[in-house]
Design a protein around this ligand. Structure first.
Ligand code: PLP
Length: 398
């Protein structure tokens, strides 16, 4: 009789967190592991943000619950930031502050989907989208776009995947895991298509400030203004301000959707920790200097890692222009002996496992992102670690 629910039985654990926790456990056991697994900037959270949090701990106002949807000042700051970056005005009542972008994704799907509703997810995708769809009773429908088109979705393929049950589509640019920045044309085409067919658009903009070369990030709510009544924007402080552990994200949605999410969150987790909300207020209401500095550092690493990956015989890595991930094709290394032990890996999953066990280099296999045959390397780690990790990879494969 001790059965878990079918719902949780259908959900895969987060592969990115699994790789990261295995790497951390190996480190704790004294092994020198280089971690390309976690999507986590290695920079400290800027001082002025930490100071705001430290002050908040001592302020008795922060010892109490805030409204479930977040501190009014923070919701206002997020509305102001949306105007500054995404280029259109929203009311603070449209904002709900959640425990990270991840909770915002989960809650969005919970309030939008009924059992059997389909959500189109362009692949390669961030690993949590399909699982969050399934947890909401929905059916993830993957539409793959390969490296030959810069991992940019093809509208014809999206249209072919549309059925009478299609309720929503996910947009994520700059993309995790590919680092692709989708063109304005693609984003506009998806927005117009969604408008025409009355499909919700869930736009995850968490990497908006991380783009390189001449890539510029387009916002679907600015490209297709008429879409705003069916647009849910997800975002957070994690990647822009090096605040992964502070757990603050948000959603900007049409007011009735925001209200429904707030009702859900009222029974799920109530408000996000006040200390973190005060820190997020300092972040979101402040300048973008820190992210400019981080972007410059990531750019140097991006070039270094792409060069290093492509120098390995059997690895092909397209040049990403956003986020902090390199998405490398390792298909040529599968099915033949690699490493000093001559291990034959049948899949990128096995390849990632062997690389971690034998060379102590952690990367996430493409299976987690709907793209078998690939490995995702996060280059948000220190320069010397990056160089050492690439040296080990080349030596191990070689
Ligand atoms: N969306 C994408 C595309 C991500 O890559 C991540 C984190 O890796 C998130 C959302 C969630 O971020 P957090 O929950 O840390 O705010």
């Amino acid at each position: 009789w001790q059965q878990l629910s079918t719902r949780i039985g259908n959900v895969a654990p987060s592969a990115t967190l699994a790789v990261d926790s295995k790497a951390k456990a190996m480190k704790a056991a004294g092994l020198d592991v280089i971690g390309f697994g976690a999507g986590e900037p290695n920079f400290p959270t800027p001082d002025y943000i930490v100071d705001a949090a430290a002050g908040a701990c001592r302020d008795p106002r922060n010892h109490r619950y805030t409204p479930t949807a977040g501190l009014p000042e923070l919701r206002q700051a997020i509305a102001d930031k949306t105007l500054r970056d995404s280029g259109y005005a929203v009311d603070p009542a449209q904002v709900v502050v959640a425990n990270g972008g991840k909770q915002a994704v989960y809650e969005t799907l919970q309030v939008l989907l009924d059992d059997g509703d389909e959500v189109i997810i362009p692949a390669p995708y961030w690993t949590s989208y399909p699982e969050a769809v399934k947890l909401a009773g929905g059916v993830p429908v993957e539409v793959f776009a390969g490296a030959e088109r810069g991992f940019e979705p093809d509208l014809d393929a999206i249209e072919q995947a549309r059925t009478s049950k299609t309720k929503a589509i996910v947009v994520n640019t700059p993309s995790n895991p590919t680092g692709a920045v989708w063109s304005k044309d693609t984003i506009t085409a998806i927005g117009k298509w969604a408008l025409k067919h009355h499909i919700w658009v869930i736009s995850d903009e968490i990497y908006e400030h991380l783009h390189y070369d001449d890539a510029s990030v387009s916002y679907i709510g600015a490209c297709v203004p008429e879409l705003r009544d069916q647009l849910l924007v997800l975002n957070g402080v994690a990647k822009t301000y090096a605040m992964t552990g502070w757990r603050v994200g948000w959603m900007v949605a049409p007011a009735p959707v925001a209200k429904a999410v707030s009702t859900l969150q009222g029974h799920l987790s109530s408000n996000v920790s006040n200390v973190s909300q005060r820190a997020a207020l300092a972040a979101v209401g402040g300048p973008l200097d820190a992210v400019a500095m981080m972007r410059a550092a990531f750019d140097v690493r991006r070039k270094a890692i792409v060069t290093a990956l492509n120098a390995v015989d059997g690895i092909v890595c397209p040049v990403p222009t956003g986020a902090f991930y390199a998405f490398a094709n390792v298909q040529a290394l599968l099915g033949r002996p690699v490493g000093p032990e001559g291990t034959v890996c049948k899949s990128s999953s096995e390849f990632a496992a062997a690389l971690l066990d034998q060379a102590h280099v952690a990367a996430v296999p493409g299976e987690a992102f709907g793209a078998p045959g690939y490995l995702r390397f996060s280059y948000a780690l220190a320069d010397d670690q990056l160089a050492e990790g690439m040296r080990r990879l080349a030596a191990w494969v070689g």
